[in-house]
Design a protein around this ligand. Structure first.
Ligand code: CO8
Length: 260
């Protein structure tokens, strides 16, 4: 397979930043098993790469991803679907320690929106459409669409999206808290890259501790979340970047972070 035919492309356009691009344009970037495996492999490799401090996850102009590949679902029975153990592949993405910025243009539907919700920041183009249309083909969200979505937007928006299956515009998604920022279509990737660049320039121990703590807010009780946040906060006082960041501020100069 030549690189341009690979279902997922990883690029390193700038130091500290990786771009993971879903590359099945003819199928609207539908997520078949090969693509899901390639995504998991890409994120597993990046998670272990100490040089990478922020990741941009994207598709193309027409689609971020139009959901699970229905060709691989149409004849599948429950045992086959269970045996695919897709949760292990999703886990490789959602468990990535570095912050992930999703750059969403076009369709982010079904498993595609669930994938976007595994990112930490979502930038969407103004004509993007986001939704959980699974009910329309007789199934339901199966990779976080009833869970991450509900945590992001609350019960009543989540119910509307999952029960009616109708996509919403990027503007509405922004209003309900499903995306972080809406920008003109031609600025989606550039905006996500700018955010990644900002994150990559900050102390990685701190950005990764922020990610871990914010995600904990979705998982556990307020008390356990506050305890984790407190410990992560305290631990950062052992980092050289904390000393450098604060000293540089007080000395009115630019800090130089090393990741230690
Ligand atoms: N699966 C397979 N092929 C797809 C998919 C898909 N999800 N989406 C688009 N394609 C293919 C089309 O079949 C078509 O192929 P061909 O050219 O060979 O006919 C090509 O992409 C272009 O599609 P359209 O001609 O339909 O393009 P449009 O621009 O007119 O429409 C849409 C784009 C609106 C995205 C439309 O294609 C569509 O509605 N797609 C299906 C969306 C959908 O229902 N997604 C949910 C799928 S179910 C799911 O995601 C469950 C997640 C559970 C995760 C758990 C995993 C185990």
């Amino acid at each position: 397979m030549s690189n341009t035919e690979a279902p997922v492309l990883t690029e390193r356009p700038e130091s500290g930043i990786a771009v993971v691009r879903i590359n099945r344009p003819k199928a609207r970037n539908a997520l078949n098993m090969a693509t899901r495996r390639a995504l998991a492999d890409a994120f597993t490799a990046l998670a272990e790469d100490g040089e990478i401090r922020a990741i941009v996850l994207t598709g193309d102009d027409q689609a971020f991803a139009a959901g699970a590949d229905l060709k691989e679902f149409v004849d599948a029975d429950p045992i086959e679907v269970a045996k695919r153990r897709v949760e292990r592949l999703w886990g490789a993405i959602s468990g990535t320690p570095q912050p992930i910025v999703a750059a969403v243009s076009g369709y982010a539907l079904g498993g595609g929106l669930e994938l976007a919700m595994m990112a930490d920041i979502i930038v969407a183009g103004e004509t993007a459409q986001l939704g959980q249309p699974e009910v329309r083909v007789g199934i339901m969200p199966g990779a976080g669409g009833t869970q991450r979505l509900t945590r992001a937007v609350g019960k009543f928006h989540a119910m509307r999206l999952c029960l009616l299956g109708k996509p919403i515009s990027a503007t509405e998604a922004f209003q309900i808290g499903l995306v972080s920022q809406v920008v003109p279509d031609e600025e989606v990737f550039e905006t996500a890259m700018k955010m990644a660049k900002t994150i990559a320039g900050l102390p990685p121990l701190a950005t990764q501790a922020v990610k871990e703590s914010v995600l904990q807010a979705e998982n556990g009780s307020l008390e356990s979340g506050l305890a984790l946040e407190r410990k992560a906060f305290q631990l950062l006082f052992a980092s050289k970047d904390k000393s450098e960041g604060m000293t540089a501020f007080l000395e009115k100069r630019k800090p130089s972070f090393t990741g230690e």
